[in-house]
Design a protein around this ligand. Structure first.
Ligand code: ASP
Ligand code: MG
Length: 404
């Protein structure tokens, strides 16, 4: 059986008109002798609205009920899609997570899919039916409804593709693919035809919002090719695949960025073992994500300066936690919430010397000051002042020939 998994995101099912278009896209796969499994997000805005309601009821809304509540959006959209297919004369029905069932493990609101029961869906596919599965949800071993993290329908799609050994997994969204950088910011951004899992993962975690990062990781581990394409336009999208499948001479695949960063510097921190751990422990316990970290080499052997970045939203909470932390001593705290991170990403940099130099030199020529640098095997990120952000993206995009 040739199976294709089609995932539709929130804007793709954002109105009943959109859902009618989605039904057309789904049926276009049938003449190609594919068996189609559909998985859908909630209509855009619906999940946010449910989250908002939970907060109105309680700022400590119990996790078990939160999952029942926020998974309701997908229940609406999957029934609307199958309702439309039925209207057009096709055999189709909706499946909620517990009906499949899709088994998850882990905490409510951030559970992970661990198994999918296949028998009923396979039988239905063989009978000519089109199953429309609610994304984002499952059940745990206590038969409670679970959800798998915001944007989780991407992960539902990948796991369905894995368990049903799908030939293709297509993510329909509101952009027509992955671009070399944000096309709304840089007009010369180009659509990428193929990108490796690793590059996509780095792009996603450094600001490119096309797909949820952990679903890309699931796809990588399970070697599932994904195509990201638009449900609004016919154009071919971007394929996310293994490095071996990509023939390209580009060193850098893309430039990503985040706007809402903040930087904290602790000046004159006692330089002794365990200090960094003491600084970050309360942040971790409060689920504050620390991104870039630099510690200067101590010039007098006693004290050092430590700089790190977090999301701007977490700034005031972080400042408070640092100030009331009895385990650390420092002379001064400096905060700056007008910084942004720009990253260049590409597996080509592993084998090409001089990429770091080219990046820094390009920024220097435009008089852009680099505040913090961090690197991974396939990514170099710099923190710059927010006023320099667009200039930095544009110069790096040009420097690494991403315009053509
Ligand atoms: N509806 C959920 C959300 O908005 C899941 C998803 O869209 O993938 O986070
Ligand atoms: Mg969504």
């Amino acid at each position: 059986m040739k199976i294709v998994v089609l995932k539709f995101g929130g804007t793709s099912v954002g109105s009943t008109d959109r859902i009618k278009k989605v039904a057309k896209i789904i049926t276009s796969y049938l003449p190609k002798s594919y068996k189609v499994i559909v998985v859908t997000s909630a209509m855009s805005g619906v999940t946010n609205e449910l989250v908002r309601k939970s907060k109105e009821i309680s700022n400590n809304f119990i996790a078990e009920e939160y999952d029942v509540l926020v998974s309701a959006g997908e229940q609406m959209s999957c029934s609307l899609i199958s309702g439309r297919l039925n209207h057009l004369g096709y055999k189709s029905r909706s499946w909620l997570g517990w009906q499949v069932p899709i088994f998850t493990k882990g905490n409510h609101a951030s559970a992970r899919i661990k198994n999918i029961y296949k028998k009923n869906i396979i039988k239905y596919l063989k009978s000519g039916g089109i199953p429309i599965i609610a994304g984002f949800q499952g059940i745990n071993s206590s038969s409670r409804v679970t959800t798998i993290g915001r944007g989780g329908t991407d992960a539902s799609a990948i796991m369905l593709a894995r368990f049903f050994k799908a030939e293709k997994c297509i993510i329909y969204t509101d952009v027509d693919g992955v671009y070399t950088t944000d096309p709304n910011t840089i007009r010369k951004a180009k659509k990428i035809k193929k990108i490796s899992y690793e590059e996509m993962l780095e792009m996603a975690s450094s600001g490119s919002k096309v797909m949820q990062p952990h679903s890309i990781q699931d796809a990588r581990l399970n070697r599932i090719d994904i195509e990201v394409r638009s449900s609004f336009k016919k154009a071919a999208g971007t394929i996310i695949t293994k490095r071996k499948n990509i023939l390209s001479n580009k060193i850098i695949r893309g430039v990503s960025f985040t706007k809402n960063d903040a930087k904290i510097t602790l000046v004159g921190v006692k330089d002794k073992p365990g200090v960094a751990a003491s600084i970050f422990e309360p942040l971790y316990k409060n689920s504050i994500n620390v991104d870039m970290v630099v510690q200067n080499i101590s010039s007098n052997g006693k004290e050092t300066d430590l700089t790190f970045t977090i999301k701007s939203d977490d700034l005031s909470k972080t400042e408070k936690l640092i100030k009331k932390n009895k385990k650390i001593n420092f002379k001064k705290i400096i905060v700056d919430d007008k910084v942004s991170k720009v990253s260049i990403i590409g597996v080509g940099m592993i084998t090409t010397p001089g990429v770091t130099y080219r990046m820094f030199n390009a920024l220097a020529k435009k008089n852009i000051n680099i505040i913090v640098i961090s690197t991974s095997e396939i990514k170099i990120s710099v923190l710059v002042s927010r006023k320099d952000l667009n200039k930095a993206i544009s110069i790096l995009h040009k420097e690494f020939n991403l315009e053509n």
